[in-house]
Design a protein around this ligand. Structure first.
Ligand code: AMP
Length: 398
């Protein structure tokens, strides 16, 4: 899917009220933001609008308050941190109705270049239903709508899709533009060889993406929990590792598709196993693919790391989604760490597809070594699957 949508540079914003849908759905602990990737990603659009004299009204969701005000899911800490990052006050419109009297008054009082942040849009239950009433209320605050929430672009909600029906103009912000540039180039016109790395728990979450990527890549590396269904399909013993029995036929189909397409499909050749799914379980490395009864594969082994590494070192484009093992447990994080290290050292376009792999890369300190870390796990997967992203589709064409 390719998009040719208007962006903030295609319209006049001076003196106009601009509603910007951001993705401020950030992890927080005790009201402190623990990963700022999404906040930092939103800054270029906000800065551009401020510099160009717009009245900037930001909105976002945070977590799943399910249509109720929930103080622990208030966006107030985001307004505070954004003020620091922008070196400019971001006024928080503390309004449990999101677009109630408090928010309206705050918007009326805005001068050109001011920035306010509305309350969590999911405090309103119509948000996720894409309800017209809430979409109209949001639209009534502004003339222009900017969607810059890539992480929510795969959802048709009031603040991503509904609102576009009731404003003059809807355009994409810089973050969505950047995401589309990197992900779009990787899919449409990659520098070759292109290798995709898929991991994480389940095949069933990534069925379409495996199928679609096999039409595009030169190499496909599969690790993590999902690798064991592929290994079982090839007749190996997998002990008590994750298995999706009903996906064995699909795994075989994909193995055959890779052969037909001439795609090099790499699976683990050894494993780091535990007796139970626990951080302190006894750790055993297998000689080869086979895992003994009573053990479960929780990470790729050293030979697999070498094999994957040598394949990745040839690549000019790499797309990675999903960890190689249970990286939350130190004993089973080596595979994921090694892949992150390998990508960080490559002279290639490296794209991390959001979610757990993005968190792992950032936590391990390799964030700035990658070409692009997507701010949307689900959205980047749906993009790689070739699906239409409704939040982007709803913006005006060029
Ligand atoms: P996903 O959301 O599908 O990308 O899966 C991410 C999760 O997969 C992480 O929480 C990992 O701990 C988990 N995971 C990765 N490898 C394994 C494995 N071998 N067994 C069980 N869980 C795994």
């Amino acid at each position: 899917m390719t998009y040719d949508k208007k962006t903030i540079e295609d319209i006049q914003v001076a003196g106009r009220k601009v509603l910007v849908r951001c993705d401020f759905n950030v992890p927080m602990k005790d009201f402190v933001i623990t990963d700022e990737n999404r906040l930092v990603g939103a800054l270029p659009t906000i800065t551009y609008l401020v510099k160009n004299g717009a009245k900037v009204i930001l909105c976002s969701h945070l977590g799943k308050p399910k249509g109720q005000p929930k103080p622990e899911l208030s966006l107030e800490p985001v307004a505070k941190r954004l003020s620091e990052l922008l070196k400019k006050t971001v006024l928080f419109a503390a309004d449990d109705n999101v677009v109630g009297n408090t928010a309206r008054k705050a918007v009326e009082a805005m001068a050109d270049g001011d920035v306010i942040l509305l309350q969590n849009v999911r405090y309103r239950e119509e948000e996720t239903q894409n309800g017209d009433v809430f979409s109209k209320e949001l639209a009534s605050l502004a003339e222009i709508f900017v969607n810059d929430a890539f992480g929510t672009a795969h959802r048709a909600h009031s603040s991503t899709v509904g609102v576009t029906q009731f404003v003059e103009t809807s355009v994409c912000g810089y973050l969505i533009e950047k995401e589309l540039r990197y992900l779009g180039e990787a899919v449409a016109n990659p520098k070759r060889p292109m290798v995709a790395i898929l991991g994480g728990a389940k095949i069933s979450d990534k069925i379409q993406v495996i199928n679609n990527l096999l039409d595009k890549v030169d190499g496909l590396v599969i690790g993590g929990g999902m690798a064991y269904t592929f290994m079982k399909a090839q007749g190996y013993e997998i002990g008590t590792s994750l298995l999706e029995e009903e996906k064995i036929d699909y795994a075989l189909e994909m193995i055959n598709k890779a052969k037909e397409k001439g795609v090099k499909l790499l699976l683990p050749v050894d494993n780091v196993c535990g007796k139970t799914f626990a951080a302190d379980t006894e750790c055993v490395v297998t000689e080869n693919q086979n895992i003994s009864a009573g053990f479960m594969g929780l990470d790729i082994g050293p030979k697999s790391i070498q094999l994957f590494k040598s394949e990745l070192e040839q690549a000019k484009t790499v797309v990675w989604n999903g960890p190689m093992g249970v990286f939350e447990f130190d004993n089973f994080a080596k595979g994921t760490l090694a892949i992150a290290e390998t990508l960080a050292a490559l002279d290639a376009t490296t794209i991390i597809g959001g979610g757990d792999s993005a968190a792992a890369v950032n936590q391990l300190g390799f964030g700035d070594k990658m070409s692009h870390i997507s701010t949307g796990g689900g959205a980047s997967l749906e993009f790689l699957e070739g699906k239409v992203l409704p939040g982007i589709d709803a913006c005006d064409d060029k």
